[in-house]
Design a protein around this ligand. Structure first.
Ligand code: NCD
Length: 304
């Protein structure tokens, strides 16, 4: 069974072709209107979500398929003490594919061992978020033309930000990319990622201030400080407003840089940035629906 647990489950060629299919779906949505009729997607969300869950559901509905699931574990037998394994085995009898989010790192891979249908990781704790990365890659490709040769600044909570981890894993597989990791000491990227970059000889820098690196960047990827992963509220309160992007800070950025954010944002991007043509975070939202249409299509195809 092919699942999508980690972004590296897809080869670079598969990634590229998925993005191309997603773009075709943006261009001609009517051609895919009935392509999944009779198929069922389950969305099992053990953690809060707005975009990821609804974009998965919108994706399946846009292709004529159906959806079922729950948006919170309180609404499932998890609240009665059922194990994840049993829940997954059960739901996989009712659907053709599952998208799941869970607070525990590794839960989707554990689920995949018990499931009769393909599993898509829609976020596992502070670990990975491969489908946000598909959205991010599509957005970068549509705005900058290609996925190679960029300087990518990632800013904020690089320790717990799962979208950052998956994006670094993906972009490090394309030629000529360079990373600028902007975070407070306590929220630096996990060592397994910087070790990977060093091993592959991919250039990166770790800095604490965004102002000094702004002019170098092709992409500035802002993130929210992940309150739910902190052990104590005081640390969260101290760190939450470390970076606030505003139009003044953007004055030193390139005219063709793009500002990304997986959303939800809290304070880290001033709403005054929203009308800047470089702000593409709501394009990411839109692309998320189509790239998930492409992903569901391909996974159902290869597992047929
Ligand atoms: C992200 C997530 O859930 O990791 N949101 C999303 O899926 N677009 C980012 C976040 O919650 O900060």
């Amino acid at each position: 069974m092919r699942n999508l647990i980690d972004i590296t489950d897809l080869s670079v060629q598969e990634l590229d072709s998925l993005l191309t299919l997603g773009e075709e779906m943006i261009a001609r949505p009517q051609d895919y209107r009935d392509s999944q009729r009779g198929r069922i997607l389950a969305t099992l969300f053990f953690e809060p979500s707005t975009r990821t869950r609804l974009s998965f559901e919108s994706a399946m509905l846009s292709m004529g398929g159906s959806v079922l699931g729950f948006a919170s574990p309180d609404a499932s037998s998890t609240s009665k003490g059922e194990s994840l394994q049993d829940t997954i085995r059960t739901v996989s009898c009712y659907c053709d594919i599952i998208a799941m989010r869970h607070p525990r790192e590794g839960a989707p891979v554990a689920a995949s061992f018990r499931s009769f249908v393909p599993i898509i990781n829609a976020g596992d704790g502070g670990h990975n978020h491969p489908t946000q990365t598909l959205t991010d890659l599509m957005t970068i490709r549509r705005h900058l033309g290609e996925l190679s040769g960029h300087t990518i600044g990632l800013c904020g909570d690089l320790k717990f930000g799962r979208t950052v981890h998956s994006l670094i894993n993906a972009m490090s597989r394309y030629e000529g990319n360079r990373f600028v990791l902007i975070s407070p000491q306590e929220l630096r990227v996990p060592a397994y990622l910087t070790d990977m970059l060093r091993e592959k000889g991919i250039p990166f820098a770790e800095v604490e201030r965004m102002e000094e690196v702004m002019p170098e960047l092709d992409v500035l990827y802002m993130t929210r400080v992940q309150r739910e992963r902190f052990f104590n509220e005081a640390d969260y309160v101290r760190l939450k407003d470390t970076y606030i992007l505003d139009p003044e800070k953007l004055e030193n950025a390139r005219r063709d840089m793009i500002v990304m954010h997986p959303l939800p944002r809290v304070n880290e991007i001033s709403t005054r940035v929203d009308d800047d043509p470089r702000a593409v975070y709501f394009d990411q939202v839109r692309n998320g629906r189509y790239v998930r249409m492409a992903l569901i299509t391909r996974l159902l195809e290869v597992n047929a």
